[in-house]
Design a protein around this ligand. Structure first.
Ligand code: AMP
Length: 351
C-alpha cells in the first residue's frame, strides 16, 4: 500500500537549518534548490545518477552526493536518507522518471501534498480542478466530427509538447492520427496568443501568494515559423511542432498582473476542495496563453517547481520588488522551512 502519512518523526528536534539537510534528485532544478538551501543555512544532499554526478561535483553545492545507477534505484538509498534529518524537494523529474506510486511510497519527509499527484497526472481531473477555480480553459471538442476551428490534439502523458499535432478539420485530424497513432488524446481548441508560464509560490504559514517569475518557452518549430514568410511556406509541407527547446524571461504588462494573482489564488482555494482539507502549497506554475484581447486561457498546471524558474537563480524583477536578496524559487522554499521551524509548524509543509 502506498504511504500517505508521514513516518513518526519528532520534528521539534529539528531546531535550526544547520540540523537539517535539504535533498533532491540531481536534475531539473536541483542546482537552484541546493543553492537556495545553502544560502538559507541548510545542509544539502543530492541523489544523482552516476552519469551526472561529475557535473554536480563541479558546482560543489551538495554537502553529500549519493550516486545511483538509475533513477529507478532510488529506493536502494532511501534508508541512508532517513538516517539524518532530511527533507525531499520534488521537481519535474520526480514525476517523469518515477511513478506517482513511487512518490507516494517515499518515506523521506516530502515537501508538498502527495495527494495532488493523482489529480495533476489525470488530464480530466486536472481540468476539473481548473474549472472549479473558475479559470478560462480552451474548449475540448467531443470528437473529430466537431472540429470547426483550429485545434491541437494532445496525447495523454506526452511531455514537453512532443507528439502534438494541429487539425482544423476532420480530414487533418485523421491524417494526424494516421501519422502519430491512435492513442488516448484530447482535441483542444487552439488558442492563438503568447504562451506565458507564471511561477507562483503559496505559503500556508502566512496564507500569502507570490508571483516569483514568468517565462515563455521557445518551442520549435512553431516559434520559428514566423521567420519564413508565408509565400515561402506555401508548397512546403511543414507541421507545427511544440517541442520545448528553451525558456526566456518575460515581464507581464503591469495592468495584467492583478489578474495573474487572482488566477493563482483561485487555484489555491479550489485545491482545498479537490484535495481536502489541506489543498496544496509551495511552488506551482500556471501555463497560460494570452490572446490579443488580453484574455488569459489556462492550458495546464504544474503543482511543483518548474524548470522555467532556472532563469531566475538571481531572482526576477518581481522578487526584487519584495526581497532585499536575490530570491530564487529554490531559496524561497528553503526560507519557508526556516520560518516553519521557528514556528514549529514544519509538519504542515510535508507529506
Ligand atoms: P503543454 O504540453 O500543455 O505544456 O503544451 C505544450 C505547448 O503546446 C504549449 O507551450 C503551447 O505552445 C502549445 N499548446 C498547448 N495547448 C495549446 C492550446 N490550447 N492552444 C495553443 N497552444 C497550445
Amino acid at each position: 500500500m502506498p504511504r500517505t502519512q508521514l513516518p513518526s518523526i519528532d520534528f521539534s528536534s529539528w531546531k535550526k537549518p544547520s540540523d537539517v539537510s535539504i535533498c533532491t534528485l540531481g536534475s531539473h532544478t536541483a542546482l537552484q534548490i541546493l543553492k537556495g538551501a545553502r544560502d538559507e543555512g541548510f545542509r544539502t544532499r543530492l541523489v544523482s545518477i552516476k552519469a551526472h554526478a561529475p557535473m554536480y561535483r563541479h558546482f560543489g553545492l551538495a554537502d553529500e552526493l549519493i550516486e545511483l545507477p538509475e533513477y529507478k534505484d532510488f529506493f536502494s538509498v532511501e534508508a541512508k536518507l532517513l538516517e539524518t534529518p532530511t527533507i525531499m524537494i520534488p521537481h519535474g523529474t520526480f514525476t517523469s522518471r518515477l511513478s506517482a506510486e513511487d512518490n507516494k511510497r517515499m518515506c523521506v519527509p516530502y515537501y508538498g501534498n502527495k495527494e495532488i499527484l493523482d489529480v495533476e497526472s489525470d488530464r480530466n481531473r486536472q481540468r476539473d480542478w481548473l474549472a472549479l477555480a473558475g479559470l478560462n480553459l480552451p474548449e475540448h471538442l467531443e470528437g473529430p466530427a466537431d472540429i470547426d476551428r483550429p485545434t491541437i490534439v494532445k496525447y495523454f502523458g506526452a511531455q514537453g509538447g512532443k507528439g502534438y499535432f494541429m487539425a482544423k478539420n476532420e480530414r487533418e485530424f485523421e491524417a494526424g492520427i494516421a501519422r502519430f497513432g491512435n492513442q488516448p488524446h484530447v482535441i483542444q481548441e487552439y488558442i492563438i496568443g503568447v504562451p506565458l508560464f507564471i511561477h507562483y509560490f503559496y505559503s500556508p504559514l502566512t496564507d500569502e501568494l507570490e508571483i516569483m517569475s514568468i517565462d515563455r518557452r521557445y518551442e520549435t518549430n512553431v516559434d520559428s515559423l514566423g521567420r519564413i514568410p508565408l509565400k515561402n511556406q506555401e508548397g512546403v509541407h511543414i507541421d507545427p511542432s511544440f517541442v520545448v527547446v528553451g525558456n526566456s524571461p518575460l515581464v507581464l504588462r503591469e495592468s495584467l498582473l492583478a489578474e495573474a494573482f487572482t488566477m493563482g489564488r483561485k487555484v489555491v482555494e479550489a485545491a482545498k476542495k479537490v484535495c481536502p482539507p489541506r489543498g496544496f502549497w509551495g511552488p506551482f506554475c500556471l501555463e497560460t496563453i494570452i490572446t490579443p484581447e488580453s484574455k488569459f486561457f489556462v492550458i495546464e498546471i504544474s503543482a511543483r517547481i518548474v524548470a522555467g524558474t532556472n532563469l531566475f537563480i538571481e531572482g526576477s524583477p518581481y522578487t526584487w520588488l519584495k526581497y532585499d536578496v536575490p530570491m530564487s524559487t529554490g531559496r524561497r522554499i528553503a526560507r519557508e522551512f526556516k520560518s516553519a521551524m521557528k514556528l514549529q509548524r514544519l509538519e504542515e509543509l510535508l507529506s
